[in-house]
Design a protein around this ligand. Structure first.
Ligand code: GRF
Length: 210
């Protein structure tokens, strides 16, 4: 059994999707902990209801980014993780932290990377006149939203789309994409070749377009 630790800052709908798929599809893994940097993160309640261990490491309680990352890393390591999944975790992590979990640290970003790293991805896609948008599951490296891509989901940008409607359609795909990427990781089905990530069984790493 592999151990999955999920980091959240808020709603936690991706975390919820991972927990549900892990149980429903009988992955060779379990979500052992959900850790948040905000005590008020809504997702913590879902984790508690499911009997999953939760922890809060509040970034505001630390004088420096290094001190916060050290405390966070210790909290994570207490659960002996094979996978550490960022799921709407709104802190930039130090290179030391990223290095410590290299190969085990993954993220979901709501754009077709390398387009639109950072915030306001949906608004920026609409403003740029993009006809497609989507989400990317990727390994985390030292560069923000730039790690090797595990899988991507593509959705159409419709003429009437607003930031809100596009975000909702992309989020639906995130809930399929991210659990799938994490499942592949716990199954040992991913091979990293420099910047490229390949599914060894040849499963499609592209979802959609929808
Ligand atoms: C998602 O859109 C995710 O891609 C981004 O932050 C959002 C988190 O949503 N990184 P949730 O907390 O998983 O509901």
């Amino acid at each position: 059994m592999k151990n999955i630790v999920i980091l959240i800052s808020g709603r936690g709908s991706n975390m919820e999707a991972i927990v549900r798929r892990c149980a429903a599809e009988h992955w060779p893994a379990q979500v052992v902990a959900v850790i948040s940097n905000r005590a008020g993160a809504a997702g913590l309640a879902f984790a508690r209801e499911r009997g999953i261990a939760t922890a809060v490491v509040d970034h505001k309680a630390f004088a420096s980014r290094d001190a916060f990352d050290e405390a966070l890393a210790k909290a994570i390591e207490a659960f002996a993780p094979d996978v550490v999944a960022l799921a709407g975790f709104m802190r930039i992590l130090t290179p030391g932290f990223v290095q410590r979990f290299d190969g085990r640290l993954v993220n979901i970003h709501p754009s077709l990377l390398p387009l639109f790293p950072g915030l306001r991805t949906h608004a920026r896609a609409i403003e740029a006149g993009c006809k497609v948008a989507g989400a990317t599951a990727h390994f985390v490296t030292g560069d923000l939203d730039c790690g090797p891509i595990i899988a991507q989901a593509v959705v159409s940008v419709l003429p009437a789309d607003t930031e809100v409607s596009l975000a909702a359609r992309v989020l639906e795909q995130e809930h399929v994409l991210y659990p799938r990427a994490i499942r592949w990781l716990v199954e040992g089905a991913l091979e990293r070749r420099d910047r490229r990530v390949v599914h060894v069984g040849g499963e499609s790493q592209l979802l959609g377009p929808r």
